[in-house]
Design a protein around this ligand. Sequence first.
Ligand SMILES: [Zn+2]
Length: 118
Amino acid sequence: MTDLTLGQKQRLFTSLVGELIEFAYSRGYELTFGEALRTPEQAKLNAEKGTGISTSLHISRLAIDLNLFRDGKFLTTSDDHRELGVYWKTLHPLCRWGGDFRPKPDGNHYSITHGGFQ
Ligand SMILES: [Zn+2]
């Protein structure tokens, strides 16, 4: 399972995001895409500003931020994402949900762990 190559993980991740999106809509949510791929340059800037980390899995195409809506209302808290986060973690043992991150939960962030990062 953890022997997957980066490319295999990237392709698995994209497929699993498809399942997550379908689940979200089936539960009455709507989504828009937030950030998916992030350049190393941007990750470094985010780290300097304290809004991200330089080792972000966004750089490796293994993370996506999803904007969540219900009844036209933009849902912004980590807790709003909990139902999707819990479902995401059932899809594959490598799936991680930003709502579990401490000390700064990041509920709109869905990723696959790689190289010790989540
Ligand atoms: Zn993210």
